[in-house]
Design a protein around this ligand. Sequence first.
Ligand SMILES: [Zn+2]
Ligand SMILES: [Zn+2]
Length: 205
Amino acid sequence: MFPPLDELLHECEALHGHICPGQVLGARMGMLGCKLIGIDDPRGTDRKKLIVWVEIDRCMTDALSAVTGVRLGRRSLKYFDYGKVAATFLNTETGRAVRIAALDSSRALADARYAALPSKKERQMAAYREASEAELFKIECVTVDYKETDAPGRPRTRLTCTSCLEGVNDGREVNVESGEVLCRPCANGAYYTAATFPGEQANAV
Ligand SMILES: [Zn+2]
Ligand SMILES: [Zn+2]
């Protein structure tokens, strides 16, 4: 079972570097998500059954990771850049999954219910700690596109991109019409472009 919320928030603070409303919200979301899919001990006996998809790279994500033990580097944490305070929790043993999104109305609720507190941060901290799950979250049952090549463990496949010659794990390559195998950036464009720093040769590092 989960330790009390205050204890979890100490662990969140240690990982994240500060305590903030996002930590409280993320901790509560993590506890709720696990509960709804029948995961009692995500950092212990159930740790191999849980996969979490997060939809934002902000404070909440660190709290989710602290509370549930999921990690990007273990493939138990997946990241989609949707800019939403939301996450999906999958029990890989049962296939049950729920998506939980924080309700924007919780901000107004914080201001109304804790109007006596001087700062927005304090009002949100109090509200996210005390409000009911229904006041804070939208919850839906979902199915998730989760394949063998998304699972933790050793890479299932590794191919070489015929353009950049870099290795590509777990089926992330693209098979183009010419029969070639390309990595995603070579096929679809990358988030980076090659650059030359002033006074240096191209590609010299
Ligand atoms: Zn924060
Ligand atoms: Zn490539």
